[in-house]
Design a protein around this ligand. Structure first.
Ligand code: ACO
Length: 426
C-alpha cells in the first residue's frame, strides 16, 4: 500500500526524515527538523517569486495553466461570462454559491445603497493634477476612505467585514469614474441606481447634459463580460499583496490600496496599457517582423504575452477576442486589432514563443476593446481594478477566517556580512 509521505535523506548527516504529503504538498515547516547539529536553525526552502510555494488553502478560483482552464467556485469562466451579471458572479465569488433570485436582489440593493462616495473624495481628487495617473488616484482615494471609516479596522467582526466588503464593491466604480472625470476635467456624476453595475459605471463616466443616461446595451453587455473575466485570478501579485498586507489585520481600504499598487505594475494589470503603447509603436503590419526580432533579441518584451500560470491560451483572452466583434459593430473596428492578430499569428508560429509556452494573456486584447469604447490607455488598469476588487475582498475574507493563517512573514537566506565593528575612527 503506497504511503502519502516523502522520505528525505540528508546526505550531510545520513539521517532520514519522513514528511506527510497532503493535497499534493509537503509542509515547509516539516523541513525545519532537518539539521546538521543541535544549534543549526534547520532546513528552509528557497523560492524567490513563489514559483512553487502555496501560501494558502483556497476554495475560490481554480486555474489549470496547462489546459487553459479558469473556474470561479467550480463554474467555468465562459459559462459565467455568457449567463451571469457581474453582481451574480461577485456574490458567487464571495459566498461560494450562485445567488437565488431573492439573494441577488438583496445583494444588488445593498450595493446600490453604498455606491455614493463621501464628498471629501472630490476634494482629494481635485488636489491632484489631471496629469496624474488614474491608478495613483484610485489608490489614494481608497487609502483616504480608510480614514473615513475607522471602524473598518475591526476586521475580526464578521458583520463589519461584510459592510466594508459591500462598501468597497459599491464604491470602486464611483472612484474609478471620478478619476476618469478628474483626468478629463469634467464635473463628477454620481451613481444612478436604476442602472446595472456596469451600466451605472458607464453613466458615471459618460453622462453629459442629458436628463438620463442610457447605456448602449451591447457596450453594457461587453463591459459586464469584461468585469466578470477580471473578477478574480487566485494568488496573483495583487491578490498576494491584499493578503499579505491584511495579514497584519490592516483595514481593507488600506489593503486594497496596496493591491491597486501591485496591479498597476506593467508586469501585472498595467500590461493592458503597455500593450496599446506597443501597438502604437509598431504602427503598421510591415513593422511586425522587425518588432518580433527585437523581442527575440531581448531588446523589448511582447507585452500581453506570457503568464506565470497559463502555459496555454489564457481562456479570458479567447472570450475577449470574441466579445470584440460585438463592440466593434457599435464603435467601428479598432485598426489596432489587425496588428494584434497578426502579431499573435507570427508569435504563435515562432519557436521562441512556442518553446517558452508564451500565449496571449487577458491584457493582450482587453486594451483594444477599451480603446474602442473610448478610453485612453492610462485608465485601462482602473477598468481591471474595479471588478478585481471583488476577488481581493474574497481573498481577504478567506484569509481572515482561516485559522492557519498568521501575519505573513517570509524568511530570508542571509548572505551579507557577518559581525563587524564600526571603526574606532568614526
Ligand atoms: N515577451 C518576451 N519574452 C517573454 C515574455 C514576453 N512577454 N514573457 C516571458 N518571456 C520569456 C522570458 O524572458 C523567459 O525566457 P528565458 O527562459 O529564455 O529566460 C521565459 O519567457 C519565461 O518567462 P519568465 O519571465 O520566467 O516567466 P514569469 O512567470 O516569471 O513571468 C510574466 C510571467 C510576468 C507575465 C511575463 O510573461 C511577462 O512579463 N509578460 C509581459 C507582461 C504581461 O503581459 N503581463 C500581464 C500578465 S497577466 C496579468 O497579470 C493580468
Amino acid at each position: 500500500m503506497p504511503e502519502d509521505t516523502l522520505t528525505i535523506t540528508d546526505n550531510r548527516t545520513g539521517k532520514t526524515y519522513t514528511a506527510p504529503i497532503k493535497d499534493g504538498a509537503i509542509r515547509a515547516m516539516d523541513l525545519r527538523p532537518i539539521k546538521t547539529s543541535e544549534d543549526d536553525f534547520g532546513l528552509m526552502s528557497y523560492d524567490p517569486a513563489f514559483m512553487n510555494t502555496a501560501s494558502c488553502i483556497s476554495r475560490i478560483t481554480f486555474i489549470d495553466g496547462d489546459l487553459g482552464i479558469l473556474r470561479y467556485r467550480g463554474y467555468p469562466i465562459d459559462q459565467l461570462a455568457e449567463k451571469c451579471s457581474f453582481l451574480e458572479v461577485a456574490y458567487l465569488i464571495l459566498h461560494g454559491e450562485l445567488p437565488t433570485a431573492a439573494q441577488l436582489s438583496s445583494f444588488e440593493a445593498e450595493v446600490k445603497q453604498h455606491s455614493m462616495v463621501p464628498e471629501f473624495i472630490k476634494r482629494v481628487l481635485d488636489a491632484m493634477s489631471p496629469e496624474a495617473h488614474p491608478m495613483g488616484m484610485l489608490a489614494t482615494c481608497l487609502a483616504a476612505l480608510a480614514t473615513y471609516y475607522p471602524e473598518s479596522r475591526n476586521v475580526l467582526d464578521a458583520g463589519n467585514r461584510w459592510l466594508q466588503t459591500v462598501r468597497l464593491i459599491a464604491k470602486v466604480p464611483t472612484l474609478g469614474a471620478y478619476a476618469y472625470r478628474r483626468k478629463n476635467e469634467l464635473p463628477y456624476v454620481g451613481p444612478d441606481n436604476d442602472l446595472t453595475y456596469a451600466g451605472n459605471f458607464m453613466n458615471m463616466l459618460w453622462k453629459m447634459t442629458e436628463a438620463k443616461y442610457q447605456p448602449h446595451p451591447d457596450l453594457e453587455w461587453a463591459l459586464n463580460v469584461l468585469f466578470i473575466l477580471h473578477a478574480d485570478h487566485e494568488q496573483n501579485c495583487s491578490a498576494n499583496a491584499m493578503r499579505s498586507v491584511s495579514s497584519s489585520q490592516a483595514d481593507p481600504y488600506a489593503s486594497a490600496a496596496a493591491a491597486v499598487a501591485a496591479l498597476w505594475g506593467p508586469l501585472h494589470g498595467g500590461a493592458n496599457e503597455e500593450v496599446l503603447k506597443m501597438l502604437d509603436q509598431i504602427g503598421s503590419m510591415e513593422n511586425i517582423p522587425a518588432f518580433i526580432e527585437k523581442v527575440k533579441k531581448r531588446e523589448v518584451m511582447l507585452m500581453g504575452f506570457g503568464h506565470r500560470i497559463y502555459k496555454n491560451y489564457d481562456p479570458r483572452a479567447r472570450i475577449i477576442k470574441a466579445a470584440a466583434d460585438k463592440v466593434f459593430a457599435v464603435t467601428g473596428r479598432n485598426p489596432k486589432l489587425e496588428i494584434a492578430i497578426e502579431l499573435e499569428r507570427i508569435a504563435l508560429s515562432d519557436d521562441f514563443f512556442i518553446s517558452r509556452k508564451l500565449y496571449p494573456n487577458v491584457d493582450f486584447y482587453s486594451g483594444i476593446i477599451y480603446q474602442a469604447l473610448g478610453f485612453k490607455p492610462d485608465i485601462f488598469t482602473v477598468l481591471f481594478a474595479i471588478p478585481r476588487m471583488t476577488g481581493w475582498l474574497a481573498q481577504w475574507r478567506e484569509l481572515i477566517t482561516d485559522k492557519e493563517q498568521k501575519i505573513a512573514r517570509p524568511r530570508q537566506l542571509f548572505l551579507g556580512y557577518g559581525h563587524r565593528d564600526v571603526p574606532a575612527s568614526r
